[in-house]
Design a protein around this ligand. Structure first.
Ligand code: SF4
Length: 179
């Protein structure tokens, strides 16, 4: 087993003093730098540029950054949530380490999707029909894989066919499901 346990400390989000959420910092006892290209293959939609020593992805609203000897996780509600995520991360890392012989490492730059890129292709009317207050909020949840882009029913109208085609293409490039 590569990682036996993950210890974390919770810190306040300094740039948002009124926030009730925390970030977790996990210092690793072992260097997992050479595992990053394998994790980049397994974690769908992550951002990884080979050689930078850092991999980022979004999971259920958390931004997770994995580095050689440190992992950070944003927007945690409490210690219990942090502990649960640490357990999941530990299991994933150990599993990828065990299976690395059968995984093709990622040695290239993967396409990255951000909320603004999605927002640009939306109707931008903030109508709220998708259940989100604004189109930007909807875009952020599409990027974090909480919602699918076809949750905006107006995108399916002929009026928005060119925006839809562009967005579908960008989603596919970044390895998102579009239907
Ligand atoms: S339904 Fe579409 S246009 Fe309306 S708020 Fe949601 S994303 Fe924006």
């Amino acid at each position: 087993m590569l990682i036996d346990k993950l210890d974390f400390k919770l810190v306040n989000i300094e740039c948002m003093p009124t926030s009730t959420k925390f970030n977790a910092i996990i210092e690793l006892e072992v260097d997992i730098g050479d595992l990053l290209p394998y994790l980049a293959t397994v974690i769908r939609g992550c951002t990884y540029i080979h050689g930078t020593g850092e991999l980022n992805y979004m999971d259920r609203g958390h931004i997770i950054a994995i580095r050689s000897k440190q992992i950070t996780v944003t927007a945690l509600v409490d210690e219990a949530e942090a502990r649960q995520l640490c357990q999941e991360l530990k299991n994933m890392i150990n599993q990828v380490d065990q299976q690395r012989g059968s995984i093709t490492p990622t040695l290239r730059k993967q396409a990255r999707l951000d909320p603004l890129t999605v927002y640009r292709e939306l109707p931008q009317t903030n109508c709220g029909e998708c259940g989100e207050v604004t189109c930007m909020a909807f875009a952020a949840r599409v990027v974090s894989r909480e919602l699918r882009a076809n949750g905006c029913k107006f995108l399916l109208d002929n009026e928005y066919s060119s925006q839809r085609e562009r967005l579908w293409q960008k989603l596919k490039q970044a390895e998102y499901e579009v239907n």
